[in-house]
Write a protein that binds this ligand. Structure first.
Ligand SMILES: [Zn+2]
Length: 253
């Protein structure tokens, strides 16, 4: 990580309360003691590998299933190292009616100590609409999320933008759908701006789109909120620092 990003993330600046850290398989092998020490100065929430690393808990059997469990190992090591209370986890692809139960089985195979760290994230109904093949995700609607929570006891990370995408893809009202996710009492949140009539996860900076951000933020009730603004890897965190300031202002209005 670049030095100016470390400075922006430094908790003494009070820009951010915590860092959500995406752990790719193999990352732990490349973690130097110096880097680990710097990261450990901050409060950390871990994000497990996702489809970008071919992690797909819908895979029904070995060797894919075992390979998915292997890919999670670094996330658990990182969670222990940085004392993370949550590991945000994506469900897999929808291959058919039993996809949800495959995901539930995958989670329930984890040792209890690991399972209690998992926060399942609601995904958009479809993967990136720009891609040639649109793929549907197995865990996106409030009903699917509820089934997973009831069957596994995991925590919930509510991604507002994914929730809007899912509602639009399904021809449903986004606000009504978000109320259903909120009834499941999410433990943490992902937020960015977007467009209320578009089924695409746009990762817009706060104030650029038309999401009712004040209402979204008020509904978080002081639980952790990760900013997911900006599509590309930031060269600095200037825009995200402005987003964090805006989010705090809106929350306190
Ligand atoms: Zn995620």
């Amino acid at each position: 990580m670049a030095e100016h990003i470390f400075q922006a993330l430094d908790k003494n600046n009070n820009y951010f309360n915590y860092i959500e850290l995406y752990v790719q398989p193999g990352d732990i092998d490349n973690l130097t003691p110096n880097l680990a020490k710097r990261i450990a100065r901050n409060e950390i929430i871990i994000h497990a590998p996702h489809m970008g690393n071919n992690f797909d808990p819908s895979a029904p059997c070995d060797p894919e299933k075992q390979s998915n469990h292997d890919k999670l190992k670094d996330a658990f090591i990182a969670a222990e190292l940085f004392k993370s209370k949550q590991i945000v986890l994506h469900g897999g692809i929808y291959y058919g009616a039993d996809s949800l139960s495959k995901n539930i089985d995958f989670i329930n195979e984890l040792p209890e100590q690991q399972k209690k760290l998992i926060a399942i994230e609601n995904l958009p109904y479809f993967s990136d609409s720009d891609s040639v093949i649109k793929r549907r995700y197995a865990i996106s609607s409030p009903e699917e999320v509820e089934k997973v929570i009831n069957a596994t006891g995991v925590q919930l990370c509510l991604d507002f933008s994914h929730a809007v995408c899912t509602a639009i893809s399904s021809g449903l009202d986004p606000i009504e759908q978000i109320d259903k996710y909120l009834k499941l009492e999410p433990d943490m949140f992902h937020i960015c701006d977007g467009l209320m009539n578009v089924d695409k996860d746009l990762h817009l900076h706060l104030g650029v789109g038309d999401f009712p951000l004040k209402d979204f933020l008020k509904a978080t009730h002081g639980k952790p909120v990760s900013l997911e603004t900006g599509k590309s890897r930031p060269r600095d965190c200037y825009a995200q620092i402005q987003d964090a300031k805006k989010a705090r202002t809106l929350y306190n209005l």
